[in-house]
Design a protein around this ligand. Sequence first.
Ligand code: FMN
Length: 331
Amino acid sequence: MNVYSTHRLCTAPMLDWTDRHFRFMARLLCQNVRLYSEMIHANALIFGNRQAFLADSDTTHNTAIQLGGSEPDALAKASQIIADAGFVEVNLNCGCPSPRVQKGSFGACLMRSVDLVADCLNAMMQQGQAEVTVKHRIGIDDDEDYSVVCDFVGALSHKTPCRTFIIHARNAWLHGLSPKENRDIPPLKYDFVYRIKQDFPDLNIVINGGIAHNEEISQHLQHTDGVMLGRGIYHQPMLMQTWDKTFFNQTHSALTDDDLINRLYQYAVQETAQKTPLRNIVKQWLGLFYGQNGVRLWRQTLSDSTQLAKNNPELILLAFDKMKSFQVAVE
Ligand SMILES: Cc1cc2nc3c(=O)[nH]c(=O)nc-3n(C[C@H](O)[C@H](O)[C@H](O)COP(=O)(O)O)c2cc1C
């Protein structure tokens, strides 16, 4: 039996990155990590191509879909679709600062409308199967006080049955910073998240922001129930391969590089047969061998647009072969 928190380790939702192809790779690297989709607007799920968002090749047992939106009815419908598809969690985005998202009145600006967030979460819970959680910041604009995030969490835990709060430990500045700058410039205040756990010990508190190494994860786990990593695993996906053993005390052996490529190849054969562009399938795998000799050949071969346009999965084997041959030559 797994005695650890369901959110002990999580991959962060990342637009244009943590799609179902990424999730396929991540699940091969770590069985226990809670995976998050990129943010999907509730209406895109209701009226758009659901399959493209939800057709996970892996089981959905440890995967969450993140929703954007602020209309309780639409969020309720989208949550039902997600629960029916078998995902275990639906997460509401209250942390995205992008101007487009602000214009739609959702994302980080919802931190100023806690009653509406409560209505949204309660509506999302009507489906009754998947856990409903929220991801947010510690404040917006020039909020400096701990009381902002404390009041937000306190109100939601009082007005809704939501018990899991994923907290990006910096403010969102809604004016003058790009979304990218908003992930780096507002200062990180991990102590605010630690205090939330102290003040609400019964809640499941997950910390996020600027965490990239296992030593840091271990430190945060002394103060919170879970840790979420975004760019750390985006740049070095193999970090996830150490997690089942290091953080979940599991003894199964990690897949070898050959096994991983074999699984990717089989997956790409199935996907390209359904006309999925090879470019989309391999994009997240480009960083897999970060730090290994010959990784440049792996990346170059799988980034060659003329070759990718042929949509032939053999390109994966060729890229791996080139990297391995280089390694043999230099050893
Ligand atoms: C390319 C990219 C896209 C992102 N898209 C989302 C998103 O769709 N939803 C969300 O809640 N956060 C999004 N984020 C923010 C991350 O989930 C995370 O909160 C942030 O990157 C801080 O964590 P990190 O320092 O571990 O990367 C995105 C971040 C990146 C780098």
